[in-house]
Design a protein. Structure first.
Length: 407
């Protein structure tokens, strides 16, 4: 009996030691995984606790409550969609009602509405409604928290959300307030065609490039994240962004400037690709104008790109090197354009056919006068005057041209 008791006690001790060992191992595992995210971030630690304990608690924004009792059952988590069939209208109405309320006091549904309608990132609404329970939590997120909580792996998506949050945190320090009004739909459907880069609509739409994100792009971003390999297209994008920054991303101000040069060749810097096509038509290159849509050539490139010349333009238009006369003509027109000359106007300008007709009529008139003078000069002498020397009338052989014909 004594031996049996000792054996039983030994087994109990072994079980306690094993249980203690498993508990310590699990605690160590939780500590190592909770280090994901920013250092000292309650958001990342709570995510870890939620993931390991399968808790449905709604105290996600309260670090102390979640850490103290992670297995506490609260009300069921809010499922998306948060609104009825007219959800978009209700979300807009909600945001309007909170226009004077700081984001730090917003609830989860307002945060989701802001993410969808203001930042235009509805694909992350479900993760946001599950993990972010207040505006205070949203404003405290770091880049690592955004990646962990929203499941964002696209670097431009993370930057876009971060830039939007920075504008909310410090509205007085925003450099270009108008940039926040330009969503990715405007960038894709209006801005890219205006600089002649329609072929990149897909990648810009996929990366949700809006006004704020556009202003933050570097050449490395354009090449690696937006897959723009063509160096001339990279320059075109950067110069287009610089032009927007010059006018503070104010579309109204830029539009007024462009309106002033629609009918005259001036302020080339603000020309869109469509305006450059009109210029090509005015210099008798109509058959090449439609090739600018995918060339990346716009006014800022013509003025500020030091490598832009007749060869670059001819290559973009598909004009072969053998067309030397045509290239010389283009070179002269580019020189006039870049020098600020405004000798050409796109309105009330005689077309090329009219000019050719005027020149043709001038030479026809000259030929008719010459034939009349020739008949008069070699007219047979009158009888009785066979030995007289033929003298032509100086006034009759003078040819006078109307200078207005060549004006």
């Amino acid at each position: 009996a004594v031996v049996s008791t000792q054996s039983t006690g030994k087994c109990m001790c072994d079980s306690l030691d094993s249980l203690q060992s498993r508990t310590m191992s699990r605690s160590s595992s939780l500590r190592s995984k909770s280090s994901v995210g920013s250092k000292g971030s309650g958001f990342s630690r709570i995510l870890t606790l939620r993931r390991h304990h399968d808790s449905d608690t709604d105290s996600f924004g309260d670090e102390e409550a979640a850490a103290a009792n992670p297995k506490k059952k609260g009300r069921p988590r809010i499922q998306f969609p948060l609104f009825s069939e007219d959800s978009e209208r209700e979300k807009r109405k909600l945001l309007e009602s909170l226009s004077n309320v700081p984001m730090v006091r917003w609830k989860s549904e307002a945060v989701v509405a802001w993410l969808e309608l203001v930042v235009k990132m509805p694909m992350y609404s479900k993760a946001c409604s599950d993990n972010v329970k207040s505006g205070k939590v949203l404003l405290s997120l770091s880049d690592n928290d955004i990646q962990t909580g929203f499941g964002m792996t696209n670097p431009l998506h993370k930057r876009k959300l971060r830039l939007a949050l920075e504008d909310v945190r410090s509205p007085d320090s925003v450099t270009y307030p108008c940039a926040g009004k330009l969503d990715h739909q405007w960038v894709v459907e209006e801005w890219l065609p205006s600089i002649g880069l329609n072929q990149y609509k897909g990648t810009f739409r996929e990366n949700l490039v809006d006004g704020r994100l556009l202003n933050s792009l570097t050449k490395k971003d354009i090449e690696r994240n937006l897959n723009v390999a063509d160096k001339s297209h990279q320059v075109s994008l950067m110069l287009g962004i610089e032009l927007l920054a010059k006018y503070n991303y104010d579309l109204e101000l830029l539009g007024e400037k462009r309106l002033g040069c629609q009918t005259i060749d001036r302020d080339v810097e603000v020309w869109t690709t469509a305006r450059c096509a009109e210029w090509l038509i005015s210099v008798d290159l109509k058959e090449y104008a439609n090739k600018l849509s995918y060339s990346g050539i716009h006014g800022a490139v013509i003025v500020h790109d030091k490598e832009f010349n007749v060869d670059v333009l001819a290559s973009a238009l598909g004009i072969p090197v053998q067309r030397k006369v045509l290239r010389r003509h283009m070179e002269q027109e580019i020189i006039v354009l870049k020098s600020g000359g405004s000798r050409r106007q796109t309105v009330n300008k005689p077309k090329s056919g009219r000019i050719k007709d005027q020149i043709s009529r001038a030479f026809t008139k000259q030929q008719d006068v010459s034939e009349q003078l020739q008949l008069k000069a070699f007219k047979a002498p009158e009888p009785g005057n066979h030995h007289s020397v033929l003298k032509s009338d100086p006034d009759s052989i003078s040819i006078k041209f109307d200078p207005e014909i060549y004006a």
